[in-house]
Design a protein around this ligand. Structure first.
Ligand code: T4K
Length: 374
């Protein structure tokens, strides 16, 4: 059996059937029905956030959060708004900025957490900057307090891409409580999923109506459409999957922790391999297991290890290579001065990580990696 980078967690089929029965009976399939509302309310409790709006996926959630916070309009006021963001992420983050006609300004990353280097943000702020969009990449939490201080000083909005940070807490607070808004992804490959799905958590109640309406074409009432929205509604069947998976999220995270701990035990002391250290004050969700290779010390490059794992039917992934400012759709158009992001993207590999991954398979993966060193 090949081992892929991840494998969706599944609820019991009977649980899902039980949850979708009322949908069949009511014929209410979508457009923010009762299952959507039940899922929303359960998530507000689990994530410990005041407000939450659900979307068909994380990408549309982020695109519409940018629109709902009025960044595009603010950008027009200042003659083309700039958004400071990270080049070390999935391409969705940057696309969400660009598709709102805003300009991404790439800030380099911290070499240990791979999140935005907060000491490099202020030098990128201009009179056109309207917001900061950092990413809690791999579930590593950004320096939220420093980012808040910078944002307050320069009157900037902050939207976190928390696609990888579902259920995490920082100093006891749900991670969705920082910044003006936080996006979560519920894609099938995530720690928690609703097949496809996503959400925006926010504190300021004023964002609730625009977020709700934008995902439904901007319709305000039967005879009034007040904004140019789209269609990004989470349907009832996906909401039902989310409800089933939420019931078992704690056991799912506990199983991932066992996988994480075994990888750590096996790889922590290997010369030339760098692992992400636990972050102080953070309750992690074990979303990914990234490993950074130093070819000079380890003896083989990231690409060598990637190929060798493939020979053994083990499919690790180069999340996130290339860095976003090196992709053909962005290359040369925006700042490229992000050497740390470049180096990390050249040397990083995310190893298989999922609930059902057997610890004997983790050992096998580590054996292949370590043997590779000989
Ligand atoms: N921001 C960040 C930082 C993100 O990482 C993402 C998404 C977003 C924003 C946008 O959120 P969404 O709009 O997606 O909600 C995957 C996911 O599609 C994507 O959600 C994710 N980040 C990204 C990092 O990875 P691929 O193209 O690498 O996935 P794929 O199809 O190769 O799947 C990887 C492995 O997962 C497969 O080898 C097997 C397993 N798998 C896959 C699927 C689709 C399953 O077990 N079940 C499945 O249904 O993009």
């Amino acid at each position: 059996m090949p081992i892929y980078v991840t494998r969706s967690s599944m609820p019991k089929l009977e649980d899902y059937i039980e949850e979708i029965k009322p949908i069949f009976e009511s014929h209410h399939l979508t457009n923010m029905g009762p299952v959507y509302k039940k899922f929303q309310s359960q998530l507000i409790t689990y994530l410990n956030v005041p407000e939450l709006s659900l979307f068909v996926n994380g990408h549309m959630a982020l695109e519409m959060a940018i629109q709902a916070l009025g960044l595009k309009a603010r950008g027009e006021e200042v003659g083309g708004g700039e958004v400071i963001t990270t080049p070390f992420t999935f391409v969705s983050t940057t696309h969400a900025i660009s598709r709102n006609n805003l300009k991404p300004v790439f800030c380099d990353i911290d070499p240990d957490t791979y999140t935005m280097d907060v000491n490099k943000i202020e030098e990128l702020i201009t009179d056109k900057t309207v917001a900061i969009i950092p990413v809690h990449v791999y579930g590593n939490i950004c320096d939220v307090h420093k980012i808040e201080t910078i944002a307050e000083k320069h009157k900037l909005k902050v939207i976190y891409d928390g696609a990888h940070a579902f259920g995490e807490t920082y100093l006891g607070e749900g991670i969705g409580n920082f910044g003006d808004a936080t996006m979560f992804s519920f894609h099938a490959t995530k720690v928690f999923h609703s097949i496809e799905g996503g959400a925006v958590a926010f504190r300021d109640k004023r964002y609730g109506v625009p977020l709700h309406e934008l995902k439904n074409f901007g319709i305000h009432g039967p005879e009034e459409t007040s904004a140019i929205g789209g269609n990004a509604k989470l349907d009832e069947f996906r909401a039902a999957m989310g409800i089933c998976n939420l019931r078992r999220i704690d056991e799912c995270i506990a199983a991932r922790k066992a996988v994480h701990d075994r990888y750590f035990e096996r790889l922590e002391d290997v010369e030339g391999i760098k692992l992400c250290k636990p972050q102080e004050g953070v309750t992690p969700n074990y979303a990914y297991f990234p490993v950074c290779f130093d070819k000079d010390k380890f003896g083989k490059s990231r690409d060598d290890v990637f190929s060798r794992l493939r020979e053994h039917d083990i499919y690790s992934r180069k999340y996130f290579y290339p860095a976003i400012n090196e992709l053909s759709c962005y290359k040369g158009q925006y700042n490229m001065n992000t050497p740390v992001a470049h180096d990390v993207s050249m040397n990083i590999l995310t190893l298989p990580m999922y609930e059902e991954l057997d610890l004997s398979d983790v050992d096998r993966i580590c054996d292949v990696i370590i043997e590779n060193n000989r």
